[in-house]
Design a protein around this ligand. Structure first.
Ligand code: GAR
Length: 188
Protein backbone atom coordinates (compact mmCIF):
# COMPACT_ATOMS: atom_id res chain seq x y z
CA UNK A 1 0.00 0.00 0.00
CA UNK A 2 1.39 3.42 -0.99
CA UNK A 3 2.08 5.83 1.85
CA UNK A 4 0.91 9.42 1.67
CA UNK A 5 1.29 12.37 4.03
CA UNK A 6 -1.31 15.06 4.51
CA UNK A 7 -0.24 18.57 5.52
CA UNK A 8 -2.81 20.77 7.27
CA UNK A 9 -2.84 23.90 9.39
CA UNK A 10 -6.42 24.21 10.55
CA UNK A 11 -9.87 22.68 10.61
CA UNK A 12 -8.97 19.61 8.60
CA UNK A 13 -12.24 18.84 6.82
CA UNK A 14 -10.26 17.76 3.75
CA UNK A 15 -8.04 15.61 5.96
CA UNK A 16 -11.23 14.01 7.31
CA UNK A 17 -12.58 13.01 3.88
CA UNK A 18 -9.17 11.78 2.72
CA UNK A 19 -8.81 9.65 5.86
CA UNK A 20 -12.31 8.25 5.37
CA UNK A 21 -11.52 7.50 1.72
CA UNK A 22 -8.36 5.58 2.66
CA UNK A 23 -10.38 3.59 5.17
CA UNK A 24 -13.19 2.78 2.74
CA UNK A 25 -10.76 1.82 -0.05
CA UNK A 26 -11.73 4.71 -2.34
CA UNK A 27 -8.10 5.81 -2.00
CA UNK A 28 -5.77 2.81 -2.19
CA UNK A 29 -3.14 4.28 0.11
CA UNK A 30 -2.41 4.76 3.77
CA UNK A 31 -2.00 8.13 5.47
CA UNK A 32 1.35 7.56 7.17
CA UNK A 33 1.58 11.03 8.70
CA UNK A 34 -0.27 14.28 9.30
CA UNK A 35 2.20 17.17 9.22
CA UNK A 36 1.07 20.40 10.85
CA UNK A 37 2.53 23.74 11.80
CA UNK A 38 -0.23 24.19 14.42
CA UNK A 39 -0.06 21.55 17.14
CA UNK A 40 -3.46 22.56 18.53
CA UNK A 41 -5.43 22.65 15.27
CA UNK A 42 -8.54 20.52 14.85
CA UNK A 43 -6.88 18.47 12.10
CA UNK A 44 -4.67 16.96 14.83
CA UNK A 45 -7.70 15.75 16.76
CA UNK A 46 -9.08 14.26 13.57
CA UNK A 47 -5.76 12.47 12.98
CA UNK A 48 -5.89 10.97 16.47
CA UNK A 49 -9.45 9.78 15.82
CA UNK A 50 -8.23 8.02 12.67
CA UNK A 51 -5.09 6.64 14.38
CA UNK A 52 -2.86 8.63 12.06
CA UNK A 53 0.55 9.68 13.40
CA UNK A 54 1.16 13.42 13.71
CA UNK A 55 4.32 15.45 13.25
CA UNK A 56 3.64 18.92 14.67
CA UNK A 57 6.34 21.54 14.48
CA UNK A 58 6.65 25.16 15.46
CA UNK A 59 8.27 27.06 12.57
CA UNK A 60 9.53 29.72 14.97
CA UNK A 61 11.69 27.23 16.83
CA UNK A 62 13.82 26.58 13.71
CA UNK A 63 16.39 29.02 12.30
CA UNK A 64 14.91 28.80 8.79
CA UNK A 65 12.35 27.15 6.52
CA UNK A 66 15.12 24.91 5.17
CA UNK A 67 15.73 23.64 8.71
CA UNK A 68 12.15 22.69 9.47
CA UNK A 69 11.64 21.25 6.01
CA UNK A 70 14.76 19.11 6.47
CA UNK A 71 13.16 17.70 9.61
CA UNK A 72 9.87 17.13 7.77
CA UNK A 73 11.67 15.28 4.95
CA UNK A 74 13.36 13.03 7.54
CA UNK A 75 9.95 12.26 9.10
CA UNK A 76 8.50 11.45 5.66
CA UNK A 77 11.45 9.28 4.60
CA UNK A 78 11.27 7.28 7.84
CA UNK A 79 7.73 6.31 6.85
CA UNK A 80 8.38 5.76 3.11
CA UNK A 81 5.98 8.52 2.13
CA UNK A 82 5.68 8.82 -1.67
CA UNK A 83 3.07 11.55 -2.11
CA UNK A 84 2.42 14.76 -0.17
CA UNK A 85 -1.13 16.08 -0.11
CA UNK A 86 -1.57 19.67 1.07
CA UNK A 87 -5.01 20.18 2.60
CA UNK A 88 -5.24 23.67 4.06
CA UNK A 89 -1.51 23.89 4.81
CA UNK A 90 -1.09 27.66 4.82
CA UNK A 91 2.63 27.92 4.09
CA UNK A 92 4.64 28.14 0.89
CA UNK A 93 6.58 24.97 0.24
CA UNK A 94 10.32 25.59 0.08
CA UNK A 95 13.23 24.22 -1.90
CA UNK A 96 14.07 21.39 0.50
CA UNK A 97 10.66 19.72 0.21
CA UNK A 98 10.33 20.50 -3.51
CA UNK A 99 13.70 18.89 -4.24
CA UNK A 100 12.94 15.86 -2.08
CA UNK A 101 9.51 15.29 -3.66
CA UNK A 102 9.62 16.57 -7.27
CA UNK A 103 6.14 16.43 -8.83
CA UNK A 104 4.95 14.56 -5.77
CA UNK A 105 3.31 17.41 -3.88
CA UNK A 106 -0.27 18.44 -4.64
CA UNK A 107 -2.47 21.19 -3.26
CA UNK A 108 -6.12 22.11 -3.22
CA UNK A 109 -7.16 25.74 -3.57
CA UNK A 110 -10.70 27.13 -3.13
CA UNK A 111 -10.78 29.19 -6.36
CA UNK A 112 -10.44 28.73 -10.09
CA UNK A 113 -6.72 29.41 -10.47
CA UNK A 114 -5.03 31.44 -11.76
CA UNK A 115 -7.70 33.74 -10.28
CA UNK A 116 -7.54 34.50 -6.57
CA UNK A 117 -4.37 32.76 -5.39
CA UNK A 118 -3.19 33.00 -1.78
CA UNK A 119 -5.20 33.37 1.39
CA UNK A 120 -8.92 34.22 1.70
CA UNK A 121 -9.60 33.16 -1.89
CA UNK A 122 -13.32 32.59 -1.33
CA UNK A 123 -13.84 36.05 0.17
CA UNK A 124 -11.71 37.61 -2.58
CA UNK A 125 -13.82 35.97 -5.30
CA UNK A 126 -17.10 36.78 -3.52
CA UNK A 127 -16.17 40.43 -3.02
CA UNK A 128 -15.06 40.67 -6.64
CA UNK A 129 -18.55 39.57 -7.66
CA UNK A 130 -17.64 36.49 -9.68
CA UNK A 131 -20.56 34.45 -11.02
CA UNK A 132 -18.73 31.12 -11.29
CA UNK A 133 -16.95 29.75 -8.22
CA UNK A 134 -14.74 26.74 -8.09
CA UNK A 135 -11.75 24.82 -6.84
CA UNK A 136 -8.40 23.79 -8.25
CA UNK A 137 -6.15 20.84 -7.52
CA UNK A 138 -2.60 21.40 -8.73
CA UNK A 139 0.99 20.30 -8.45
CA UNK A 140 3.02 22.46 -6.12
CA UNK A 141 5.95 24.53 -7.31
CA UNK A 142 7.86 27.36 -5.66
CA UNK A 143 5.17 29.95 -6.42
CA UNK A 144 1.96 30.85 -4.66
CA UNK A 145 -0.67 28.46 -6.12
CA UNK A 146 1.10 28.50 -9.50
CA UNK A 147 1.83 24.83 -10.22
CA UNK A 148 0.45 22.79 -13.12
CA UNK A 149 -3.31 22.28 -12.82
CA UNK A 150 -4.54 18.69 -12.38
CA UNK A 151 -8.29 19.21 -11.98
CA UNK A 152 -10.92 21.87 -11.45
CA UNK A 153 -14.60 21.91 -10.59
CA UNK A 154 -17.07 24.78 -10.49
CA UNK A 155 -20.64 25.96 -10.03
CA UNK A 156 -22.61 29.04 -11.04
CA UNK A 157 -23.81 31.20 -8.17
CA UNK A 158 -27.53 31.85 -7.94
CA UNK A 159 -26.71 35.42 -6.99
CA UNK A 160 -28.39 35.64 -3.61
CA UNK A 161 -26.03 33.42 -1.58
CA UNK A 162 -24.09 34.67 1.42
CA UNK A 163 -20.35 34.13 1.48
CA UNK A 164 -20.91 31.36 4.05
CA UNK A 165 -23.26 29.55 1.66
CA UNK A 166 -20.73 29.84 -1.15
CA UNK A 167 -18.03 28.52 1.17
CA UNK A 168 -20.17 25.51 2.07
CA UNK A 169 -20.66 24.69 -1.63
CA UNK A 170 -16.94 25.07 -2.30
CA UNK A 171 -16.04 22.72 0.53
CA UNK A 172 -18.54 20.19 -0.81
CA UNK A 173 -16.80 20.30 -4.21
CA UNK A 174 -13.41 19.87 -2.51
CA UNK A 175 -14.59 16.91 -0.48
CA UNK A 176 -15.80 15.11 -3.61
CA UNK A 177 -12.97 15.91 -6.02
CA UNK A 178 -9.86 15.66 -3.81
CA UNK A 179 -10.27 11.97 -2.88
CA UNK A 180 -10.94 11.11 -6.55
CA UNK A 181 -7.80 12.92 -7.74
CA UNK A 182 -5.64 11.46 -4.96
CA UNK A 183 -6.78 7.97 -5.94
CA UNK A 184 -5.77 8.66 -9.56
CA UNK A 185 -2.36 9.86 -8.41
CA UNK A 186 -1.68 6.89 -6.14
CA UNK A 187 -2.52 4.31 -8.78
CA UNK A 188 -0.38 5.83 -11.54
C1 GAR B 1 -9.67 24.52 1.97
O1 GAR B 1 -10.77 25.23 1.47
C2 GAR B 1 -8.50 24.65 1.04
O2 GAR B 1 -8.86 24.74 -0.30
C3 GAR B 1 -7.88 25.94 1.52
O3 GAR B 1 -7.94 25.85 2.91
C4 GAR B 1 -9.14 25.17 3.25
C5 GAR B 1 -8.82 24.15 4.32
O4 GAR B 1 -9.99 23.60 4.83
N1 GAR B 1 -6.52 26.08 1.05
C6 GAR B 1 -6.01 27.24 0.64
O5 GAR B 1 -6.62 28.30 0.71
C7 GAR B 1 -4.60 27.16 0.12
N2 GAR B 1 -4.22 28.35 -0.55
P1 GAR B 1 -9.93 22.33 5.79
O6 GAR B 1 -8.87 22.66 6.87
O7 GAR B 1 -11.30 22.23 6.37
O8 GAR B 1 -9.53 21.15 4.97
Amino acid sequence: MKKIAVFASGFGSNFEVIAAATESGQIEAEIALLVTDHADCYAVERAHNHHVEVFAFNPKSYPSKADFETEIVAQLRQRDVELIVLAGYMRLIGEVLLNAYPNKIVNIHPALLPAFPGKHAIEQAYNYGVKVFGITIHYVDAGMDTGKIIAQSCFTAKGDETVDEIETKIHALEHTLYPQVIQQLVIC
